[in-house]
Design a protein around this ligand. Structure first.
Ligand code: ATP
Length: 306
């Protein structure tokens, strides 16, 4: 029997007064995968995730999580999913590891708490109140709380924001192990390297919609070509004339040029020959695969979000 996807969101809409935070968002997440949800500040990621977790209600659209409705079937779903909220979601006076032990007892087959505490470097935090932990320790405790119940599906909202490199790597390692155990992981992040490192699938969200999906490789390979910086406003007609059929040359942002075409030595030679002819130094000339950050900026623009 084919299992339904871990998460299926169709036509999701969420408004806060006049503001439409999620605007017809579609997203399908296959079981057993790690999916990174990327997007600029305010794109609607947390709102979408919190609707999937059953913390917020949708205004329109359908949401199925492990085949269930997150609100109507919340009681059945809660023991099967793990949630790490952006803002901790932990009672501030609670003692760190005690609380983790208490949480573990709520589940039928929890992870070994001592091993988890060790893994996430929380050994020294035993009886410390949550509010007295450092930001990074709070993050790690929230992560531990999300996974201790051995969930089928875990939502991690910016799990490594503010973590030091060691803790970031420990978090990545844990995510890889969850995946190896068949757990589905949905992670929001602003760290493109994290998405490239961890994700089987990436969904880029902007203005409340998914604007691109694919594996990191697919997203970065698409429109591979030649990129360079030069003074803005160059006349590209001469360049276009020497490119192979189907190739496109554009100034995609002021002073940032891109030639979209399959990369081969002749293409590179044509571009550099044209630059030499035009007296243009192609700054930062790059060939082939783009970084996920390039793709992200191209899709979502360079404007700061309010
Ligand atoms: P970030 O990367 O900054 O965490 P995000 O993609 O998670 O952003 P959301 O937190 O989902 O974005 O917010 C989407 C939009 O909805 C934003 O404009 C935000 O200000 C607005 N918003 C979110 N929660 C509320 C709320 N409770 N009341 C009013 N507006 C809200």
């Amino acid at each position: 029997m084919r299992l339904e996807p871990a998460v299926e969101v169709a036509g999701l809409v969420k408004r806060y007064g006049e503001k439409t935070a999620v605007d017809g968002l579609d997203l399908t997440i296959a079981r057993g995968t790690v999916t990174a949800v990327l997007g600029p500040n305010g794109a609607g990621k947390t709102t979408t995730i919190e609707i999937c977790e059953g913390y917020r209600r949708a205004d329109a659209g359908t949401v199925r999580v492990l085949g269930l409705d997150p609100v109507a079937d919340g009681a059945a779903l809660r023991p099967r999913i793990g949630v790490m909220l952006q803002a901790g979601g932990v009672y501030p006076g609670a003692r760190a590891v005690e609380m983790l032990r208490h949480t573990a007892k709520l589940y039928a087959d929890p992870l070994d708490v001592d091993a988890l505490v060790e893994r996430l470097g929380l050994g020294s935090c035993g009886r410390t109140a949550y509010r007295r932990l450092s930001g990074g320790q709070q993050q790690r405790l929230a992560l531990a709380m999300a996974v201790v119940g051995r969930p089928e599906l875990v939502f991690l909202d910016e799990p490594t924001a503010g973590l030091d490199p060691q803790a970031r790597r420990a978090t990545w390692e844990l995510v890889r192990e969850l995946r190896a155990d068949g757990v589905t992981v949905v992670v929001t992040t602003h760290h493109m390297d994290e998405a490239e490192e961890l994700a089987d699938e990436v969904a880029i969200v902007d203005h409340g919609r998914v604007v691109a999906t694919g594996t990191p490789e697919e997203l970065c390979r698409a429109e591979a070509g030649v990129r360079f910086g030069a003074p803005g406003g160059l006349d590209l007609a001469g360049l276009r004339a020497v490119l192979p059929a189907g190739a496109v040359a554009v100034e995609h942002a002021p002073g940032a040029y891109r030639v979209d075409a399959p990369v081969d030595p002749k293409l590179l030679a044509a571009v550099t020959a044209w630059c030499a002819e035009a007296g243009v130094m192609p700054e930062g000339l790059a060939v082939g695969r783009r970084s996920l950050e390039d793709v992200f900026l191209e899709l979502t623009g360079r404007e700061l979000r309010s």
